[in-house]
Design a protein around this ligand. Structure first.
Ligand code: HEC
Length: 139
């Protein structure tokens, strides 16, 4: 009787160990099926096929700075006011009153440290007032 129990225990234990080992082996075989034989299968996208006559090139990243209105001071504005951000910050604003543009340029210089000397700053303020106020802005 005692012997039979021992046999059953051994049998159960052995079966459990076998199942465990089989599971581990299976999992190992399934893991990371990335190889030249599995290319193009659902689990991994097929590599793009490159045709020999294609033309590949790298060119400048397309940035589209908004065109500032023509006029005196445009160059100064384009140069100084695009140091930190695009000049789109000017064109995307709702038209600002003349005094507000003066404040705005002052804010860029004093608050944000824009390195713009007095002379070009005055030119820029004039330019902005001439083209970007409710009265002067052209659609
Ligand atoms: C030293 C960097 C710097 C320079 C140079 C600069 N700006 Fe700015 N500008 C900023 C910063 C920072 C903001 C705020 C950005 C934000 O809030 O997202 C800003 C925002 C703006 C705005 C949005 C409204 C506001 O007040 O936040 C306008 C309009 C603007 N700048 C105009 C100008 C003009 C005109 C010039 C040229 C005279 C200029 N900026 C030069 C840093 C600069």
């Amino acid at each position: 009787m005692r012997l039979a129990r021992r046999h059953i225990r051994l049998l159960l234990g052995g079966t459990f160990a076998m199942v465990l080992i089989a599971g581990l082996v299976y999992a190992q075989a399934q893991r990371g099926k990335y190889g030249s034989t599995t290319l193009g299968q659902l689990a991994q996208p097929a590599p793009p096929t490159l045709t020999p006559d294609s033309v590949y090139q790298v060119s400048a990243y397309p940035l589209y700075p908004p065109n500032l209105a023509e006029g005196e001071g445009r160059l100064e504005t384009q140069s100084y006011c695009s140091l930190c951000h695009s000049t789109r910050y000017i064109t995307m604003q709702a038209p600002l009153p003349a005094a507000t543009w003066e404040t705005e340029v002052g804010k860029m210089r004093k608050m944000f440290g824009a390195p713009i000397p007095d002379a070009p700053a005055a030119v820029i303020v004039k330019y902005l007032q001439a083209h970007y106020t409710p009265e002067t802005r052209k659609p």
